[in-house]
Design a protein around this ligand. Sequence first.
Ligand code: ADP
Ligand code: MG
Length: 586
Amino acid sequence: MGRITVLDQNMVNMIAAGEVIERPASVVKELMENSIDAGATSITVSIEDGGRRLISVADNGCGMDGEDLANAFEPHATSKVSNSSDLHTISTLGFRGEALASITSVSQVRAVSRTKDAAGGNCIEIDCGVKSGVSPCSGGVGTTIQVRDIFYKLPARRKFLRTANTEMSHISEQFTRIALANPEVAMILMHNGRELHRLDAGQPGETQRRRIGQLFSAEICNGLIEFQTNENRLSIRGLLGRPEIARSNNKFQYVFLNGRFIRDKFISHAIREAYRGTVEPDRFGVVFLFIRIPFEDVDVNVHPTKIEVRFYNSNLVHSQILAGLREKLLGTNLETVATIPSAAVRRDMGTARPPDGKIADAMAEFFKKHAPVRTQQRFSYRSAMAAAIPIERTPQLPVNVMQIHDSYIIAQTDDGFVIVDQHALHERILYEELSARVRKSKLESQRLLIPESFELTDAEANAVERHGDLIEKLGVELVPFGPRTMAVQAFPTLLGTAAPADFVRDLLGILTDKELTDDADRLLDAVLNMAACKAAIKAGQKLSLSEMEQLLTDRETTDYANRCPHGRPTIIKFTLGDLEKQFKRT
Ligand code: ADP
Ligand code: MG
């Protein structure tokens, strides 16, 4: 007798459920999406025990009649597509007709539904794929689906569930994604009878900012810059976090495509590139992006939970997002605004916290009114795009200047004072200067009186050979000096303060870094960063008045002077208004 049997439909569903239903949060996502597709304007999600005991989703959508209720839980049962051409223009969140069948194959389900015109509702119960008949029951217009004891017949999968708290955090994340994408729908999330979120319905067309404010902290909400572009069939609305609220991971990067939360490596890359130089390399900008694209320009049928999609023109999507974000970020005044008073001072004074962002808004307003904004077009090697972006400058020249702790410069300005991090600012100035010169030709160099020798490994010797052009452009001249030894014979004048052999050792470290050598732009960026850092004035270094003034003057003509090349701020501003507030003069 053969060993092969054809599995019955229930087994097929159970196996398929593994793809769609990973944990309670997957059930929440599928049910909420069905409610959105049903046109609901209000959705209530109630969870017990992290979703293990109960997941209930109630909506006021179009509902189902008795016949549809009987069919909805069959595999491949859907009202959203009917022929193959529909697959090219999917406008609903669901279309695979799999979710309800998958959920009911691994749990106990009770569904109640009523359509608008019906006198009463109907209900159905399904226990791990075994269906009862449809029977009439009472209930309002819409659908309520209750899912109990998920995976109870699959002990291996049930064991895989984490603590109620962990499962709840996954549920909350799914809820948040759907809530962000649908700000006009009222939503409630309850856990064990406790209300976690109550989101009222926004006006149609209202921006997502309000919802972000309800779901996230005031710090995030106030640190967002809005932008919008509409080109090449692609419309993007975005809320971009200012660099100071950047995070250590990309969990606060929410990307929605046609109302669906997605993860896309091209888009993530574009976001990263857009923030490059404005945040430190290991930080991630907070981003909410709402992208709309014609349905036929994207394939959403490539992943069981549709979290990944395939763009027909992913290069265009990448470049348009990168250009849009970068333009907005560089065109915005991203100077760090002092958030005084500090927590400790506030406690001492017993004052209420000034609302976040108020100072920033007031300052922006002030500069708009009083400052004749000078704009300048400069070429930056980072991307030709940046060339077209006017760079805002603060037209304030120092009056009184002093250094404190041999590390910071304090300078009076027209309407207050600034504190400058001398190393960070000098680093940026050198970086821009170096990159402008290297782009144009090469750095000027000076012969060393006594060549400095250093030993090198085979890999480093290879790197010297392979990157000969770059080394030459940097104005570094290396000559063989014996077995596995070379000497620095000439060194760039601009880096005069750095120790030549020490510099070359760091340079070789970068030139042998496999992660960098594939990308000429990143490699050069890393080299220039290192060079600027090595040659810049250090913290703890005493400066003369004229040196300080020079630094502040150079700042006026340097691009991106408000951030060091690693993305840290170089300057913090205080206005007289801030001081007056602190001294309770206002
Ligand atoms: P899909 O969403 O891919 O069509 P589902 O298995 O999630 O597949 O749902 C099957 C069908 O059941 C849907 O196409 C829809 O017609 C109906 N349905 C599911 N949930 C609801 C709901 N909350 N309100 C109205 N109809 C629903
Ligand atoms: Mg569905």
